[in-house]
Design a protein. Structure first.
Lengths: 599, 398
């Protein structure tokens, strides 16, 4: 138990790849929290998928003991956050558990879209912000210019910005001192009834549900009976621990402290991030305000390849949702794909990450259908409906008009690529709201339809700017437009999982791109297969996949019987990666790949 | 309903529909051809007496398992069996004769490479009892023979072939087509020449790039050029069928052509899914023992096989039952290669026994014109033949 004056809680925030996780490594290392020989790069990025992609997806907390230059011992709770826009919810949520932020800015890159977005989140959370200029070891580092840029663009004082290299460790000691002296200590009342914020929770194969909390008031101890205020669920605390970063048991947690507990929680739905935890008896009266729920903006269907895995998928989704409050799901049935779930995500990377985690961590092969946004259907009878799935689009004669979600997109890009960016936005039906320059960088603000962005806008943006553009967006509202449902027919049968909403003016182009892609994605069959895109009954694009002409093994004698049989078995197993539509087999990846546009 | 056990003795066993044959593998060649993934090895000193003892021991062993059967065929395959001493072939065939009753029209084939060295042994093979040779001619021009890594010229091949034709009634030869840079017109000319040479049987294989061969390695790194695409390969295949049929040597199997009645009886045993014993390094067998169909496999490395036969009294590396579904798969996979197809009643017995319904799949394939079931036999249509693998994927139970 540490007194409040000697606790500092902070998050590390930045644009993607500016070095948050590496900085966390150095703070952990410098304070001896983890022995040098146990250190590895970005050690908090513990998921396979984080390590593979080199990005942080989940916020991670570590408790560090630090003896400052003044000789006093401090407890620092650090939360490393993700930088990608899709995980902004994770950042803003984490910020609620701490009092300050280290705002890391890559001193070779400067302020990017997510730098700005994070500053707004931090201000929202009343944080003290300490700017950190990172990567000063690189020759391209320009600390003075970037400091000026921070003051210009963000409007915070950068004269005291720390200058560090998270790679070499330069400036780390000064960072630790700044954390102690420039960030505020938490406040709280040890004698008040327990009031703790449920910050995060996850499922651990050995421990079951693990809940992370930040204690605001009161003290929680092992064995205590607690109540989750939103769900009214009651539990007894089995274990109480802090993360260093592995769990280290601790007898109690007092105000200002961050830790985890397990409580034999069976109902994963009982743990809601943002909930307030108090004692069963003599609990606190008023709950914390909780978190604003995340609004999923991209939806897609997830179906098990093997229909028998539907229940496994349900369970896996429940467990993952525990760890990721920003993802929603409800059951869905598709004529083509059977039973599955319609899931909502904060963006495409988020979608990919969840799909990957379901496949890897729970060993379920999935088919993912085309991502879609939520449309508002204004029906002729005066009612308004939400459309999450283009396949559910009612008959056009019943619909008066359709509204689609729009976003305000902020794009920062070096001058030389501005033209390409403007063209991309134009092509995607964007309306320019603002265009300003800061040095050699332009900031373009666009009003864009979300449905033009969800799929591959970010990929395209990266490719036309060679990775130099950064992008952030926020939903702004709904607007009417001429939107129609485009369906896809393979061998004259509609494939519901491929239907999509498109702007009427873009329909031919998308339809053409779609059928051409499908023609490449679907393997030749024993017969020729027409592939069509249609609006209602009007075909707008058509391709024909010609029939397979030759697939026969030239030699097959006695010695080949076993080998060839095994080969055939393997091919048939490969068939399971396909979905049957009438007589046609469509490979799973086609459902996503067919939608990627090359221009 | 399960049959009462006494029925077993009365009903013919399934393998009998295909007959019984013996395959002997000689694993040595003078050099390794770059396309070939057969179990063949290049070795300087081969103690043929030691090999003789091993083969004889294996024949005894298999003979005991298959006592009382009538042998329809013996096949010396390789590798290059024409490198065997005629004396070795002779002792083996004597042993075979002493072990099984022979069918009146027993076929005894030996695979031969068409070089002068080997042609010199042909008379000896004939004297030992060989009555059919199958020669690996592969191409009818020297440039392509070189590209295929063959050690013989066209002239040598023709000479060897003439020697064989003079000695044996039944002579077949192999050609590999759809080679690198081969145009359909070139192949057509070559095929017509081949038909002019042919005696009663021809094997015409499209070049297959096999993993683990020199061609396979070159292909994997994108360095094997000039191979036909699917359309061209299909065209060449169809043209081959037309030309051979018009010349009186129609295809009777995917890659095999014969004058009616001159089909390879040995290979028919495989395709009709009969029983066959496999002796020698890497040889596979299918043997029904005590009502159970078994798959056998022998050690591939010549030295390992030889040692195991000498020390353990058998050369097998694997012997396992072939379950109902695997049998069904094999029967269909092999049987549909033949133009005659598969007897539906026989197929039905096996499918029922292994609890699989394949009729709906058959109907689906018939609807799209890939198979027909006329006359109580399941066979590929002309359309289905070039896409047999796709048909199999559709037809067989998962
Ligand atoms: N040269 C140099 N490279 C650095 C420094 N800090 C981080 N990097 C490198 O920058 C890249 C991104 O670092 P991360 O720590 O993963 O960045 P992040 O901000 O955590 O990224 P996200 O979690 O994906 O938003 C890695 O390749 C690091 O090795 C630094 O001070 N100097
Ligand atoms: C066991 S092999 C050859 C026997 C003999 N050693 C010879 O080379 O003449 C049987 C036949 O299979 C054919 N063959 C081998 N590998 C092949 C491949 N990769 N593609 C097509 N045919 C092949 C050749 O025509 C060869 O003659
Ligand atoms: S093709 Fe014949 S000679 Fe060439 S390696 Fe294969 S078995 Fe030996
Ligand atoms: Mg990170």
């Amino acid at each position: 138990m540490t007194d409040l004056d000697h606790i500092r809680n902070f998050s590390i925030v930045a644009h993607i790849d500016h070095g948050k996780s590496t900085l966390a490594d150095r703070l952990i290392q410098e304070t001896g929290t983890v022995k040098d020989r146990d250190m590895k790069e970005q050690m908090l990025d513990s998921m396979d998928i984080e390590r593979e992609r080199g990005i942080t997806i989940k916020a991670n907390t570590v408790r560090i003991d630090y003896v400052a230059d003044n000789g006093e011992a401090y407890v620092l709770n650090l939360i490393d956050t993700p930088g990608h826009v899709d995980f902004a919810y994770e950042v803003s949520r984490s910020m609620r558990a701490v009092e300050g932020s280290l705002l890391v800015v890559d001193s070779t890159q400067g302020v990017e879209a997510q730098t700005l977005a994070n500053v707004y989140h931090a201000l929202d959370a009343d944080h003290e912000i300490v700017p950190v200029l990172n990567k000063i070891d690189l020759p391209a580092s320009e600390c003075d210019r970037i400091a000026a840029q921070i003051e210009d663009v963000i409007g915070i004082d950068a004269s005291q910005a720390l200058r560090v290299s998270a790679k070499t460790g330069e400036g780390i000691r000064a960072t630790l001192e700044a954390i102690v002296h420039r960030l505020p200590a938490p406040r709280g009342d040890r004698d008040a009834p327990l009031k703790a914020m449920l910050v995060d929770s996850w499922y651990d194969a050995y421990l079951g549900v693990v809940v992370m909390i930040r204690v605001m008031d009161g003290v929680v101890r092992k064995g205590d009976r607690i109540r989750m205020m939103q769900t009214d669920a009651l539990y007894g605390i089995d274990t109480l621990a802090v993360l260093k970063p592995q769990m280290v048991p601790i007898p109690e947690l007092g105000p200002g402290e961050i830790g985890v507990f397990t409580a034999s929680i069976k109902q994963v739905r009982d743990t809601r991030v943002g909930d307030t935890i108090t004692h069963e008896k003599k609990g606190c009266a008023v709950a914390l305000p909780g978190f604003k729920p995340a609004q999923p903006v991209v939806f897609c269907g997830l179906f098990p390849v093997d229909a028998n895995q539907f229940e496994d998928l349900r369970e896996a989704i429940d467990k993952l949702a525990l760890n990721d409050a920003s993802f929603s799901s409800e059951m869905e049935t598709s004529a083509a794909l059977g039973f599955g779930f319609r899931c909502g995500f904060l963006g495409l990377l988020h979608l990919e990450v969840i799909r990957d985690r379901l496949e890897r961590e729970y060993d379920i092969d999935l088919i993912t259908t085309a991502p879609s946004v939520v449309y508002h259907l204004f029906m002729k009878d005066g009612t308004v409906r939400d459309l999450h799935n283009p396949a559910d689009m009612p008959d056009l004669t019943l619909v008066d008009h359709v509204e689609e979600p729009r976003i305000k997109a902020t794009i920062l890009v070096p001058d030389e690529y501005l033209g390409d960016v403007l063209k991309l936005c134009q092509d995607r039906r964007g309306v320019q709201l603002d265009l300003t320059y800061a040095g050699q960088r332009a900031m373009a603000v666009y009003d864009l339809p979300l449905n033009e962005v969800v799929f591959d806008f970010y990929d395209r943006l990266k490719s036309v700017t060679k990775g130099y553009a950064s992008f952030d967006y926020a939903m702004t509202g709904y607007q009417e437009d001429n939107l129609v449902k485009m369906s896809v027919l393979v061998n004259d049968e509609p494939v519901d999982a491929l239907s999509m909403m498109v702007h009427r003016d873009r329909a031919e182009m998308r339809g053409r791109a779609m059928v051409e892609k499908l023609k490449d994605l679907i393997p030749r069959h024993m017969f020729k297969i027409p592939i069509q895109a249609a609006i209602g009954s009007k075909v707008i694009a058509r391709e024909t996949l010609s029939a397979l002409r030759k697939d026969v093994t030239a030699k097959c004698y006695g010695g080949d019987a076993t080998r060839k049989r095994k080969l055939l078995d393997k091919q048939k197993a490969g068939k399971k990666k396909m979905r049957q539509f009438g007589k046609v087999e469509i490979p799973q990846e086609a459902f996503i790949s067919a939608l990627k546009m090359d221009s | 309903m399960p049959l009462p056990s006494w029925w077993r003795a009365v009903l013919p066993e399934d393998w009998e529909e295909g007959g019984f044959g013996l395959y002997l593998h000689w694993p040595f060649c003078q050099s390794k051809c770059p396309y070939c993934d057969f179990n063949s090895h290049v070795s300087a000193n081969i103690d043929q007496d030691r090999w003789a003892q091993a083969y004889l021991g294996e024949i005894d062993r298999i003979g005991a398992l298959t006592a009382g059967r009538v042998l329809r065929s013996v096949f010396f395959g390789g590798g290059t069996p024409s490198l065997m001493e005629p004396a070795l072939v002779d002792v083996i065939l004597r042993k075979v004769r002493a072990t099984w009753a022979w069918a009146n029209d027993i076929e005894i084939t030996l695979e031969a490479n068409p070089t002068s060295v080997e042609a010199g042994r042909f008379a000896g093979f004939r004297a030992a009892g060989v009555n059919r040779v199958s020669m690996g001619v592969q191409a009818l021009n020297d440039a392509d023979l070189r590209a295929l890594g063959r050690r013989h010229s066209l002239a040598e091949a023709r000479a060897a072939f003439d020697v064989a034709r003079g000695l044996f009634d039944r002579v077949s030869f192999d050609l590999i087509y759809a080679r690198q840079d081969q145009t359909p017109a070139q192949w057509e000319r070559e095929l017509r020449e081949a038909l002019a040479m042919a005696v009663d049987h021809l094997s015409l294989y499209q070049l297959t790039i096999e993993e683990g061969t020199a061609f396979g390695d070159r292909f994997a790194v994108g360095k094997l050029h000039g191979l036909p695409d699917e359309d061209r390969a299909a065209d060449m295949y169809l043209r081959t069928q037309e030309i051979t049929a018009a010349a009186g040597m129609p295809g009777y199997e995917v890659s095999n052509h014969a004058k009616p009645g001159q089909e390879s009886r040995h290979n028919l045993i495989y395709w009709r899914y009969g029983d066959y014993a496999g002796i020698g390094p890497g040889a596979h067998g299918r043997l029904t023992v005590g009502g159970q169909r078994m798959a056998t496999e022998a050690h591939r490395a010549p030295a390992a096989w030889l040692e195991q036969v000498e020390q353990a009294g058998h050369g097998e590396s694997l012997r396992e039952p072939v379950d109902g579904q695997a049998q069904l798969t094999e029967m269909v996979m092999m049987g549909l290669r033949l133009h005659e197809g598969i007897d539906l009643a026989r197929l039905g017995r096996l499918a029922d026994r292994s609890g699989h319904d394949i009729y709906s799949n058959i109907n689906g394939l018939r609807d799209i014109g890939m198979v027909d079931t006329d006359g109580g036999r399941l066979r590929l249509t002309e359309q289905g033949r070039p896409v047999l693998n796709a048909v199999l994927r559709r037809l067989l139970p998962d």
